[in-house]
Write a protein that binds this ligand. Structure first.
Ligand SMILES: NC(=O)c1ccc[n+]([C@@H]2O[C@H](COP(=O)([O-])OP(=O)(O)OC[C@H]3O[C@@H](n4cnc5c(N)ncnc54)[C@H](OP(=O)(O)O)[C@@H]3O)[C@@H](O)[C@H]2O)c1
Length: 283
């Protein structure tokens, strides 16, 4: 049996299957929120499965997506496959092409297309949950990985004025800045000295690394603090609260990117509220 075939329990055979390609060691909340929405919307013939896919199994996993017998309608794609899956796809949305990574894949008659809902998920959460509009604002991005790139693009699409990218590996920040030559972007090594200096002209600080800065003295009430990491709270959000800064965690982004993927597969309206309800214990 092939890599995905052996991960589809026989009770789900014949159903419309969606799921997530994920490293076997990583946790995910996605099956919980998607299956809750299927249940509440009465979509009894749909199920969302976790597919453990190691890097060396990715090509075989993608060819399983083309197998009509498995009836897989699409998958989410997460670390470490978001970029490495690109060569195996038949087409990309303009969003995925700009970001250079996919988080959602749709299958259609043996063809596979990639999209990316991370940027839209971030912006809609920032505006609607955080009541923060990036138009005309100055931002700092702490991190320069896949999520950082999606967020950078969505911020400029929403008329951000300037961006400072601070990253552990300076070359990655420089490469990211070069991708958007028409925008006001500065880069620096991610360290406390550079952060203190960048925060002097900053309306919003966004962490897109696994663990953001934790010193509350860094922040002031005039800086909005956003942590892409999701969970009940994080050391960064605790520091922001102590400093009196408005702040928001990444759960809203997770919910919104997931609801947008759900909509791409099923044609239904994105079930934001149902997915939020499914994850209420994690907020
Ligand atoms: N809320 C959501 O829906 C959502 C969606 C996607 C991601 N996220 C969060 O965003 C974070 C980044 O995800 P990603 O997809 O961008 O990952 P990624 O592509 O692997 O990038 C990771 C980033 O974190 C930096 N980093 C990793 N470990 C570090 C360390 N020990 N010290 C300092 N910097 C470190 C990396 O720096 P280098 O360039 O130097 O390696 C890079 O900038 C994840 O931890 C995840 O929690 C949330």
């Amino acid at each position: 049996m092939t890599v995905l075939e052996k991960q589809i329990p026989s009770k789900h055979e014949g159903k419309n299957i969606v799921g997530i390609f994920i490293d076997p060691a990583s946790p995910t909340l996605s099956p919980k929120m998607h299956n809750y929405a299927f249940k509440k919307l009465g979509l009894k013939n749909w199920v969302y499965l976790r597919f453990n896919v190691k890097p060396e199994q990715l090509e075989e996993a993608v060819s399983d997506l083309r197998n009509p017998k498995l009836n897989i309608k699409g998958v989410n794609v997460t670390i470490p496959h978001k970029e490495s899956i690109l060569p195996y796809l038949d087409g990309l949305s303009s969003e995925a092409e700009k970001i250079g990574a996919v988080n959602t894949v749709m299958t259609n008659n043996g063809k596979i297309a990639g999209d990316n809902t991370d940027g839209k998920g971030f912006i809609s959460s920032l505006k609607e949950d955080g009541h923060f509009d990036p138009k005309g604002k100055n931002a700092i991005l702490w991190g320069a990985g896949g999520a950082g790139r999606a967020i950078m693009i969505s911020l400029f699409e929403n008329e951000l004025k300037t961006l400072g990218i601070l990253n552990r590996t300076l070359e990655k920040a420089e490469k990211m800045a070069k991708e958007m030559p028409d925008h006001a972007i500065t880069v620096a090594q991610a360290d406390t000295k550079n952060l203190v200096s960048a925060l002097k002209n900053c309306d919003i600080f966004i962490n897109v690394t696994p663990r953001g800065p934790e010193d509350s003295k860094l922040f002031t009430p005039s800086v909005f603090v956003y942590d892409a990491v999701y969970g009940k709270s994080t050391p960064l959000l605790e520091a922001a609260k102590t400093a009196g800064s408005p702040c928001l965690g990444g759960l809203g982004m997770l919910i919104r990117q997931g609801a947008l993927s759900f909509s791409l597969w099923t044609g239904q309206k994105p079930p934001f509220d149902l997915m939020r309800e499914a994850l209420k214990d994690h907020a």
